[in-house]
Design a protein around this ligand. Structure first.
Ligand SMILES: *Cc1c(COP(=O)(O)O)cnc(C)c1O
Length: 452
């Protein structure tokens, strides 16, 4: 592709992105396709000869985009909704352009040092102590796997004897990570949560003591700050006491809600995390950064390095000891230049701008919850923590399932569900910077109208 062609197609792509973002709420939120529809429309074999960009771009617009569920849509309110912001989209293009691979300091001095600097800024914004060392991974699932592998290393006992604890509200990625790390499934304890869905430290203490008496080796507790079902925050200070007493690695999964700590109002979400050994939070969840960007912090980087620095001869460099090689701190060798999008976002919006988005989302969720609370047909099912509302029609589950299917099939909005204390519950999560109160009003009118 000649520079002139590149420039022309580049303008086309940027024009398309600008229109797409401006018109995003004209798309149905949930893609109106069935499994296999898209694959059936695409050739079974890859092209032998190259094709013109015009045709590829046209197919993208006409075939691919209609088969997308629109995560950028202001009424995408399922799971934990997220945004990719314009500055980060441009940064992604630049990262692809320079194609830096930050495996060693030498292979990308800028990639390595920008990652250290942005994660230092974020650490300060989150109010975490200065001995927290940060690294970017793709997802919280990967970050938590690294935490559990470090904890296993510290425990220095056969994996078959090790026991891990998390609450009954913890994310499935914790159990997956533990199993991947060789912890037997039957050695993963789901500690009961209290009436506000927070891990009960007294129950944790009892389980740990019981495992010790029975000859097993407790080694790691994963607390959640902002759990997926109802965004509950485990009592990390009390859990840290238990961990300290029994010398257990404390990892905090703050993938969604940890980011809220950048706003003074929500500082408390990470209370006690200065006593954890590690923590994960995802800028790709609530910090306007496109997937993927998960930040793993640990106060024990020497353990992380002990596990992951296996350096073959061809990767050895005789560098200044100040040169950090991120490949020594995790499973991946090749590492995308993810820091650049985080840097763009942090600089473009500033901490105050980002905190204002978080506050606006939380206020919108509280307003939606007040509408639910005022309607006698509905009930709130959990305290509204952050920007998540868990609610349902009073009575049996079936009408709730039908209501969820109806609104999602309408294309107006996407909501998700969970089960709390055995009951089917609708989840409405505000997390996109385009979401306005007017969007939630439309959703509420749909849900609350008898014919909706
Ligand atoms: C979203 C989420 C995860 C998983 O995040 P990925 O980055 O998709 O792996 C884990 N834990 C919590 C609490 C989450 O909200």
């Amino acid at each position: 592709m000649s520079p002139e062609e590149f420039r022309r197609h580049g303008h086309d792509v940027i024009d398309w992105i600008a229109d797409y973002l401006a018109d995003i709420d004209r798309y149905p939120v949930l893609a109106g396709v069935n499994p296999g529809d898209l694959a059936a429309r695409l050739p079974a074999d890859g092209p032998e000869e190259g094709e013109p960009m015009e045709r590829i771009l046209a197919d993208f617009r006409e075939t691919i985009v209609p088969a997308l569920t629109q995560w950028n849509h202001p009424r995408f309110l399922g799971y934990f909704s997220i945004s990719s912001s314009p500055p980060a989209i441009l940064a992604e293009a630049l990262a692809a352009a320079v194609n830096a691979n930050a495996m060693l300091w030498r292979t990308s001095p800028a990639g390595t040092e920008l990652e250290q600097v942005t994660l230092g800024w974020l650490r300060q914004w989150l109010g975490l102590p200065s001995d927290y060392f940060g690294i970017i991974f793709d997802t919280a699932s990967t970050s938590s796997l690294h935490a559990i592998v470090c904890a296993r290393e510290e425990a220095a006992a056969p994996a078959s004897e090790l026991v891990l604890y998390c609450s009954d509200q913890a994310h499935s990625s914790i159990e997956k990570a533990a199993v991947t790390a060789g912890i037997p499934r039957e050695n993963i304890r789901k500690i009961p949560s209290d009436e506000r869905f927070r891990m009960r430290p007294d129950a944790l203490e009892r389980e740990v003591q019981n495992d010790i008496v029975e000859g097993r080796r407790p080694f790691c507790v994963v607390a959640t700050a902002g759990a997926t079902p109802a965004a509950s925050v485990d009592p990390v200070p009390a859990i840290a006491d238990v961990c300290q007493r029994h010398n257990l690695w404390l990892h905090v999964d703050a993938a969604y809600a940890g980011i809220a700590a950048i706003s003074g109002t929500h500082r408390g979400v990470l209370a006690g995390c200065d006593r954890a050994q590690s923590l994960v939070t995802n800028p790709h969840k609530w910090l306007l950064t496109p997937v993927d960007c998960s930040v793993f912090y640990t106060r024990r980087p020497e353990v992380q390095r002990r596990v992951f620095s296996l350096t073959p001869e061809y990767l050895r460099t005789a560098e200044d000891p100040r040169a950090l090689n991120f490949m020594d701190y995790g499973l991946p060798l090749g590492r995308r230049f993810r820091a650049v999008k985080l840097w763009f976002v942090m600089r473009y919006y500033g901490r105050k701008g980002l905190a204002a988005v978080i506050e606006r989302h939380c206020a919108a969720a509280r307003t939606f919850a007040s509408w639910v609370a005022e309607d006698p047909r509905f009930e709130l099912c959990a305290p509204v923590e952050f920007s998540l509302v868990c609610f349902r029609l009073r009575g049996p589950d079936e009408p709730n399932r039908e209501l969820l299917d109806r609104i999602n099939a309408s294309g107006l909005a996407l909501l998700s569900h969970t089960v709390l204390r055995g009951r089917f519950v609708l989840r409405l999560a505000v997390g996109n910077y385009r979401t306005e109160l007017a969007d939630l009003e439309r959703v509420w009118r749909f849900l609350a109208s008898p014919s909706g």
